[in-house]
Design a protein around this ligand. Sequence first.
Ligand code: SF4
Length: 476
Amino acid sequence: MAGQLLPSKAGAGDSSGSQRESSKLVELPVQCYTHSEMARRYLIDTMGCQMNERDSETAAGILEQLGYEATDDREQADFIALNTCAVRAKPQHKVFSKLGELRRIKEQRPHTIIAVLGCVAQIAAQEIAQRAPYVDIIMGPRNYSHLAGAITTAQARADGDPIIVTDTTEVIPEGPPAAPTIPISSYVNVTYGCNNFCAYCIVPYARGREQSRAPEQIISEIEQAVATGRQEVTLLGQNVNSYGEDLPKACDFADLLSQVNRVKGLRRIRFTTSHPKDLSARLITAMAELPRVCEHLHLPIQSGDDEVLERMGRGYTCEHYRRVVEAARQRMPQMSITTDVMAGFPGETEEQFEHTLCAFEQIRFDQAFMFKYSDRPGTRAAQMDNKVPEEIKQQRLEQLIACQNDIAHQINEELIGTTFEVLVEGRDPKSPEKVRGRTRTNKIVIFPGGSDLQGQTVEVKAQQAFLWGFLGEIAE
Ligand code: SF4
């Protein structure tokens, strides 16, 4: 196996995103272990989004190539990674409390390699190194091609400064093998990074600029996923709608969907996330006409007020957002629409917040991920005056949640009696005599059935509505 590149000393990374110089790198050999030596175990604790879940699968694949086996028991693990999320302040604080818990493990079992991966590793490498000097590896989300080399180096030494690799300018190579965790479904990256720099968002600093994968690489990964029993893929990107803008040969996201739709044996195609400013009429047509593309659109609105959207740097008005939703619903009346929204962006007035509530009442989302704004150091919003007091943010969030819960419940109540095509994911963890799966519109359905149904599509009649979906029974 080829050597890997690693930084020569601690402190190679910093927290200023893509503007930093690349780390000084040295070539190190990578050692693979044979099956008979497979005594080492790994555990990856994943926080945050689907992108992180996919990154953890990449890290797991690399570890398995090195001879590690997965374990759920951190007391048994020889390698423990926190794959971290920096999108809000709360999950970032959680990383440091989890690191505090890992100190004892490192003291009792010094050979255990502790790694911090992902977005917090990228933006707070020095803070991690200072506050948790027992961490062995700190690695940003664009740098997993160096993970094998970093582990080999960490194994070979008793202590020393952490190995830090945090280069957001790195072009992510094809190749690191993934160890998928979901039996019937696969996450497939179509783009990495983001070029949008929304005022509140840390992602472009943590994940670097947008990089589209070549369509043939994406198709080949999906074909392999289907060959190993996956029926569904979720195409991932921070903004899938700008897919292909950096590719040498013209191919936009609608073209990519057409190609994925032709993969034999694949039943369902999902994707996330869409950006309202870039969602084209071509994409709506592709969704409506390609039979494997599911009728679900996750379209973050963030605010229902134009002045707030302007200050967020989102690049659309609320009217534009409504027109996109209308166009999608016109072509696919059964489509479900979900969103992300933020309460208490700096300077948000009561009236502006009312506009968001009003947009929610009029658009009627099937589901929403609702958060309070929190400062992300280094972003434009963090520098803004007029921060909304914590208790007002909380109040507004609660109002939004109450409004959205009513709407979601009503939408699902109206669907009682409808028969849905459900792709069964497996046993319901709370009631072992039942199984759970998803409709094409991404609603969860739980119904009586055995584990032989896993991976099957079944027609299920909705009988009882919840916020998340339905209880039902197999339709006659
Ligand atoms: S589109 Fe905006 S909110 Fe989404 S990842 Fe990029 S910068 Fe962040």
